[in-house]
Structures are given as C-alpha cells and as structure tokens.
Design a protein around this ligand. Structure first.
Ligand SMILES: O=c1[nH]c(=O)c2[nH]c(=O)[nH]c2[nH]1
Length: 315
C-alpha cells in the first residue's frame, strides 16, 4: 500500500492572460492608439474549493474576465495611462465580486510611432519602431482585517530597449587568474537590451480612494523620465562596467521621483568582440585599432541590481 502524503493548496491565482486589445482614441482627428496585452488574475480563499473540491461556485469564468477588459477599455478615460487602467481593472474585480481578495493585473503596451508623411506626423498612421514595450503590474489586495482598505503593490517597466555605444566604455582591473582569457579593454563597444523596473510607494487606501490616490502620480511623465535617464546615462557615462553604469541610472531616477521606492535593471551585456585579423597580412584590428567586431549573441553577460531609497532619504 502506498502511503498518502498530506498536501495542501499553498498558492493560487487564476484569470485570463494575453488579452489583446487596441484602443483608438478618436477625441480629435489626430488619433492615438494603445495596443495592449493584458493579464488579469484573481485570488482569494473562496477559490480554494475550485482546486480541491471541483466546485466552480465562486469561479468568475476567465472568459468573463476577458470580456471585462474590453468593456472597461470602452468606458475608461485612462487607457493611455497603463498604471491607472490596470488599477481600474483590478479595482473593478474587487468591487464587483466581494469574495475576490486579490486582483493582479499586468499590462504590456506595444509600440506604435506616428508615421512621418511629407515631413509631417500623420494623423492616423503608425509604424512599429522597435520591440521595446512599456509594462505595468498592479496587485490590489483587500485589507486582511479591514475589508474596505486596499493595499497596492505597483511597479512599471520598460522591456527590450536595445541600445549600443561605440566608445566611452571600458572594462579593466578585473580578476586575472588561470581561468581568464578576456583581455582588458580600455575602449569597447557596449550594447544591452534594457529591462528597467520602478516600484512605486503607494500607501494603503480606502477602497473608494484607490483611483484618486493613484491619479496624483504622474505615471506617463515618470515613464518618459526613466527612459530618458536610461538613455542619457548610457550615452554620457564613461562606463567602467555595466554594473557601474546601471547603478548611476537607477540612483538618478530614485532621486528624480519621490514616488519611486526601488529601481531595478537587468542588463545583458551583448558582447561585440574585435575580430583578430592578424592572420591576413598582419592586419591590425585589436585594441585601439579595432573597428570590425563580431557580435556574439550567446552567451551574454547578465548584470542585474535593485537600487532602493534608503530610510534616511524617506524622512
Ligand atoms: O561590464 C562588464 N561587467 C562584467 O562583469 C564583465 N565580465 C566580462 O567578461 N565582461 C564584463 N563587462
């Protein structure tokens, strides 16, 4: 006889993923678009029996969750501010279904840049100018003791911003031992695909005040600013390493915005190695002679860090 192992449901969340939606803002004849991919996940102890006892009594169908995304996109005035639209969605599920304890919404916004036609920005034609996306993730929970309170975890990010600089980057003075083959580089190509995430400091609020509290945060300006800082520091820093440049980027955005608690970066170091052409008539292409490089897709370095506001800076 096999012994029965005691198990329990440790965690659960369910909902709809990859809800695709294009909102066209037609308030003037200069149309704007928000091309979104949405994930809405619900959680709470009432859903336990759907896993453990095959009871669907509490289950809001994921199909209804998908429909809700479209219905709110129709009525919402804030689709163009991802954080607020995500909050509207999460709030809707908590307000509509009293047994939902947590609503977790992630939205990805895909890029559409306005076309330049005859030298002018076109009113209603767009092109995809890169794979970079803007994202936000909000998790609103009913207060554990006070059901009318809401705690809000909110972070936003830029993913897939591909950048490259051809000088102003070195990597020297690292550990040299029997495992080392990498030469010191006084001047190298630096390229990375930026993932940057900034976490907001949002106080717990009454359910009625979720949207008005969040409405005070200039989310779109913060997004533009973090993106600008990322590019500005990348371009201007005389980089000693990806680590050192990353830290400057993150620290600058925390300094710029009182709302930001933590800023994280994940920066793959997409290597470009100077090709040794010495075999061909002694051609010089290493160190200060380098101008022909081989991009190496794999493996890449991966440098990650989170920089947080220190307690003294909060006072
Ligand atoms: O900026 C860098 N950081 C590293 O840790 C590292 N390691 C390496 O091989 N090249 C680099 N570059």
């Amino acid at each position: 006889m096999t012994a029965t192992v005691n198990v329990y449901l440790d965690k659960q969340e369910y909902g709809k993923d990859k809800v695709r939606l294009l909102k066209v803002h037609k308030d003037t004849n200069v149309h704007r678009v928000d091309d979104l991919t949405i994930r809405c996940l619900l959680s709470g102890s009432s859903f336990t029996t759907s896993y453990t006892e095959a009871s669907n009594k509490a289950v809001v169908a994921t199909d209804s969750i998908k429909n809700t995304c479209y219905i709110l996109a129709k009525s919402s005035k804030v689709v163009d501010t991802l954080e607020l639209f995500a909050a509207e969605l999460a709030n809707h599920f908590l307000n509509t279904y009293g047994w939902v304890e947590g609503a977790h919404v992630t939205i990805i916004r895909h890029r559409w840049a306005r076309m330049l036609i005859d030298g002018k920005e076109h009113n209603h034609s767009f092109w995809r100018d890169g794979d970079e996306t803007r994202q936000t993730e909000i998790f609103i929970k009913r207060g554990p003791n006070c059901k009318g309170r809401r705690t809000i975890d909110l972070k936003s990010s830029i993913a897939g911003l591909l950048v490259l600089k051809t000088t102003g980057s070195s990597f020297e003075d690292f550990v040299r031992d029997e495992y080392t083959t990498l030469p010191e580089a006084k001047d190298r190509v630096l390229s990375t695909c930026v993932d940057a995430t900034w976490e907001f400091n949002v106080p717990a609020v009454d359910s009625a005040n979720v949207l008005s509290t969040l409405g005070q945060i200039p989310f779109n300006t913060i997004y533009d600013s973090v993106r600008d800082v990322t590019c500005d520091v990348f371009a201007k820093d005389e980089s000693a390493s990806v680590q050192a440049t990353l830290y400057k980027m993150a620290a600058k955005s925390i300094n710029n915005w009182k709302w930001l608690e933590r800023v994280s970066y994940a920066l793959p170091n997409r290597h470009f190695f100077a090709v040794d052409l010495n075999y061909f008539r002694g051609t010089k292409n290493l160190q200060e002679h380098a101008d022909v490089y081989q991009p190496v897709a794999d493996p890449s370095g991966l440098i990650t860090a989170t920089v947080a506001r220190s307690l003294s800076a909060r006072l």
